[in-house]
Design a protein around this ligand. Structure first.
Ligand code: GCB
Length: 594
């Protein structure tokens, strides 16, 4: 699936704005056909945004179940004769969509796009009603998992990941056109050959005459000069004296893909291409053959009011803050971010670890760490074969969406799953194969949790890169940084003996901004600084450590709990992106700029 774009042969219309919105408190909407009429008793809601924090209403914030979104759109009259597609960049976590009275699609998984051909259901020049029922329940067969529990005061949703279950339409909704026969997919793989670059491409056509489609590509540099042109559905372009895509220098070529009808271009689609290589060699992580050290954060799509709603202003500001602090990378913890984020990272030369939404597959954790018990992680009743199939599909779908982004250098197929048991090994072994089959060009890993330390983890054997989340000095050795340092050095030495590169994908300490201690204690800004300094001493002493991504970039919303003071406070920045003392420390260490 290619992202909706305006091109010489395609047009799009964004459906964002104020939609009608209703909670389905009695669960009657589906059986009584709410899609067939204007939503009753609806309020207006902003799209894109999480619905949870838009009203001062606990019923909305904590709502679990179906919510209904509806809007009316006039299809541009110039679209006659075109193929017309309705595209949702995401719906968290599950959605069914109708155009008029006709159901057009259902999609599960809250962070990836889905679309339907609606050509036959709309008339250019006329209005049409679009309705989506979005459901935010999680089960053991969803990724991420969760469970509805009966409590004396009603049903509640329990889940094992440490961020608030924001839901709704978080990203743009589009109506767009393509010609009847169109470019359906593009895959590029880039390489280096001395001073030259190579771009291997594979194209797919779709639609009425896909079989007879003639395809061709033209590659241009940033100035618009043609560098190479090739005919055919697949081939290789050579770029003499290539300007490589490198961290900090997001140089992109423009690959124009054309579908030809005789001499005319029937469809045209542009793809930004960064020419670079990624490789793991020994304990090095190489980008363009050069060792790369990851400096940055695990992040969240999380802001006041909009929750997980994408917003370009927040994106630009977050990346400006990353630049200020000297970060060169981030992880899309714990789900695929908006594709706008990846496109921007491509242009900024920011390096991305791209993570699936497989978080919370660990019933030994909860609300942070060492929490809720009472379930077995892998069992026929909990995380089972069906979950594994859903997990495999989300890996494939993530690769399909993000495979062409030069910023993505490493796939993370899960965050902190249970990984010390035989069941974990069995569950994950085939998933690594799925990832490698979907993308043979990038390294694959998963993020290991403290409950499966070196010597006990049975899943790391499959990883190209070891990604470790460690909280020595916070969840263990709380307030005892000397003890923490000793234990941390000992464990890390074990991992280093495996001969693989290690990225510390999380290390952090909750810090209440403005809390100060002469003698640093947990929760104070001073303690966070000393905690980071201790960690950095440990990392700097181990050659196999090729990256540090502090947890977290900014404070973020979570479920309420005794360890969460208005959310998770491990940010180097507050939720509104003001620096804590730790941010200044990182800036000095990472050489941040303006
Ligand atoms: C972790 C999780 C992350 C949590 C963090 C914490 O290990 O990966 O999602 O937010 O710990 O602060 O407890």
């Amino acid at each position: 699936m290619l992202r909706p774009r305006d091109t010489a042969t395609r047009e799009r219309k964004r459906l964002d704005g104020l939609w009608s919105f209703a909670l389905d408190l009695q669960g009657l909407g589906r059986s009584t056909g709410w899609q067939s009429r204007p939503l009753q008793g609806a309020r207006e809601i902003a799209v894109p945004a999480s619905f949870n924090d838009l009203f001062a209403d606990p019923e909305v914030r904590d709502y679990v179940g179906d919510v209904w979104y509806q809007t009316t759109v006039r299809v541009p009259r110039g679209w006659t004769g075109q193929r017309i597609v309705l595209n949702f960049e995401s719906a968290t976590h599950k959605a069914t969509v109708w155009v008029g009275d006709t159901e057009v699609m259902t999609h599960e998984g809250g962070y990836l796009p889905f679309e339907a051909d609606v050509t036959d259901l709309v008339t250019p020049g006329e209005e049409v009603r679009v309705t989506a029922v979005v459901n935010n329940e999680l089960t053991f067969q969803t990724i991420p998992p969760g469970v509805m529990e009966d409590t004396p005061t009603g049903k509640t949703l329990r889940y094992w990941h440490d961020f608030f279950n924001y839901a709704g339409l978080h990203r743009s909704v589009w109506l767009y056109t393509t010609p009847r026969t169109y470019v359906a997919d593009i895959t590029v793989v880039t390489g280096l050959d001395g001073a030259a670059g190579t771009v291997d491409y594979t194209l797919e056509a779709g639609g009425d005459a896909a079989d007879q489609a003639r395809l061709a590509v033209v590659l241009r540099n940033r100035e618009g000069h043609e560098i190479a042109a090739v005919d055919g559905a697949s081939g290789t372009l050579t770029v003499p004296d290539v300007h490589r895509w490198t961290p900090g220098d997001g140089y992109l070529y423009d690959l124009e893909v054309r579908l030809l009808d005789g001499e005319t271009t029937a469809d045209s689609y542009p793809l930004a291409v960064g020419v670079r290589t990624v490789e793991v060699r020994g304990t090095d992580f190489l980008i363009n053959g050069q060792p790369f050290y990851f400096r940055g954060f695990g992040m969240h799509e999380d802001h006041a009011t909009v929750g997980k709603g994408h917003n370009d202003a927040h994106l630009v500001h977050d990346v400006a803050v990353l630049e200020w602090v000297g970060a060169n990378s981030f992880r899309t913890s714990h789900y695929p971010y908006s594709e706008d984020v990846l496109e921007y990272a491509d242009r900024q030369g920011l390096v991305v670890i791209d993570e699936t939404p497989a978080v919370g597959l660990n019933m030994g954790l909860g609300g942070g760490i060492f929490g809720a018990q009472g379930y077995t992680t892998y069992s026929p009743e909990t995380i089972n074969d069906q979950t594994q199939a859903v997990h495999a599909q989300v890996i494939r779908d993530l690769v399909v969406r993000d495979k062409n982004h030069p910023c993505v250098v490493l796939w993370s197929i899960a965050n902190e799953p249970e990984s010390h048991t035989a069941a974990a090994e069995e569950y994950f072994r085939p998933l690594f194969d799925v990832a490698r089959e979907a993308d043979p060009t990038r390294p694959v890993g998963f993020v290991n949790v403290m409950l499966a330390p070196h010597g006990q983890c049975r899943v790391s054997q499959f990883s190209d890169v070891l990604m470790l989340n460690r909280y020595y000095g916070w969840y263990v050795y709380s307030g005892d940084l000397a003890g923490a340092e000793r234990a941390w050095r000992e464990e890390l030495a074990g991992w280093a003996s495996d001969g693989k590169p290690i990225i510390i994908t999380e290390y952090g300490a909750d810090t209440f901004p403005g809390l100060h201690n002469l003698v640093p204690q947990p929760w104070s800004e001073e303690y966070q600084v000393e905690y980071l300094e201790m960690n950095h001493r440990v990392f700097d002493s181990v050659g196999a450590v090729v990256g540090e991504q502090m947890w977290n970039f900014a404070d973020f919303a979570t479920v309420a709990g005794p360890t969460r003071v208005g959310g998770n406070k491990k940010g180097a920045f507050t939720r509104d992106r003001e620096p804590k003392a730790a941010a200044h420390l990182l800036r000095r260490r990472w050489g941040g700029g303006v």
